[in-house]
Design a protein around this ligand. Structure first.
Ligand code: PEP
Ligand code: MN
Length: 353
């Protein structure tokens, strides 16, 4: 909101630098912001750098910055989410990984693997299958947030060790869930991407802790989380210092019971419109039934998702968790071929890929 006095309270400000602005000029702007008692975050972009000013609990007027060298303009960020919004950073965030893989922008990546890590044989076999089919990340939970305290809770640190072995054997990057702040340092020491699950989407202590370390975070939409709430949750991570957040649509809870969740295809479109962060989809939890997974995976891809996370198990009937929604290896490989063909057609015929 704007008052006659200037920019107040909920509004963040964005100081847009001229393309020609020097690092010293950017530094001087950041110093001025901090001297005034606000937070400053430089957001480098392809065309220009911007400095986001947050924490302006009180009146601050744009002319405090407009006169500084190298400043092009000062704009108010009207979205309630600031750092993750396209207003602050118009171009897509692309996250680069040690393996040379990039996610976001024009890069489409598939994460695949079992719901839970069960044994060395299971995770190594699955890792090779999904790598050979074209996935670039291995998924697998070592710390499982289960609805029942009597259900399998994951192999914990032993599971993390097995994921590291599978990474070693295949070159895949590892995405695995972190359940709480206590285990975060341990999980982060093994993972290439930290998954924050639907049940923890609005666990603000966990989000802040994930924001204070440097592994990218894959944040899943909560079962009853609105698109705005998901973006606000991502804002916690970015505001705490970690710009590398991947958002994941994994279905929400509705009155429908025939499917496990109601997959929200519209959220993919809205998220891509509102945020520069990569947006992926989880068709496995999105429907909860293996036979529906390919259809949702294809739909999410055509809707513009930057990637997918898919549950694959060598023998779904024996899976320790989420067997009914896990694809058999052959069906997953077939799906990967379908996605490749679809993406080729999309690049030819779709205007706003
Ligand atoms: C999972 O990925 O296995 C999982 C628990 O997902 P979600 O948090 O979306 O339920
Ligand atoms: Mn699962």
């Amino acid at each position: 909101m704007t008052s006659k006095r200037g920019l107040i309270l909920e509004d963040a400000m964005l100081i847009v630098m001229k393309p020609s602005a020097s690092p010293e000029e950017i530094g001087a702007v950041i110093t001025r912001v901090k001297d005034l008692g606000f937070e400053a975050k430089a957001i480098p972009g392809a065309q220009r750098t911007a400095v986001a000013v947050t924490g302006n609990h009180g009146a601050v007027s744009a002319d405090k910055f407009e006169s500084l060298k190298g400043v092009k303009s000062v704009v108010r960020v009207s979205a309630p989410f600031k750092l993750v919004s396209r207003e602050v950073k118009p171009e897509d965030t692309v996250i680069s990984f040690a393996s040379g893989v990039a996610l976001g922008g024009d890069n489409f990546q598939v994460m695949a693997g079992p719901c839970s890590v069960e044994s060395e044989e299971q995770i190594l076999t699955t890792a090779k299958i999904v790598r050979d089919a074209g996935a670039s990340f291995l998924r697998g939970g070592a710390y499982k947030p289960r609805t029942s305290p009597y259900a399998f809770q994951g192999l914990k640190e032993d599971g993390l060790e097995l994921l590291a072995k599978a990474r070693e054997a295949t070159g895949l990057m590892v995405v695995t869930e972190v359940k709480d702040t206590e285990t975060l340092p341990l999980v982060a020491s093994y993972a290439d991407v930290l998954q924050i699950g639907a049940r923890n989407c609005q666990n603000y202590s966990l989000l802040e802790a994930a924001g204070r370390q440097d592994k990218p975070v894959m944040l899943k939409r909560g079962m009853s989380t609105t698109i705005k709430e998901l973006l606000m949750a991502a804002e916690y991570v970015v505001n705490a210092g970690n710009p590398n957040v991947i958002l994941c649509e994994r279905g929400i809870r509705t009155f429908e019971t025939m499917t496990r969740n109601t997959f929200d295809l519209g959220a993919i479109h809205m998220l891509k419109r509102l945020t520069h962060l990569p947006v992926i989809a989880d068709p496995s939890h999105g429907i909860g039934l293996w036979h529906g997974v390919p259809a949702l995976a294809r739909a999410a891809t055509v809707a513009g998702a930057h990637g997918l996370i898919v549950e694959v198990h060598p023998n779904p009937a024996d899976a320790w968790s989420d067997g009914p929604q896990s694809l058999k290896p052959e069906r997953f490989s077939q799906l990967m071929r379908e996605l490749k063909a679809l993406r080729e057609v999309m690049h030819e015929v779709v205007q706003d890929v």
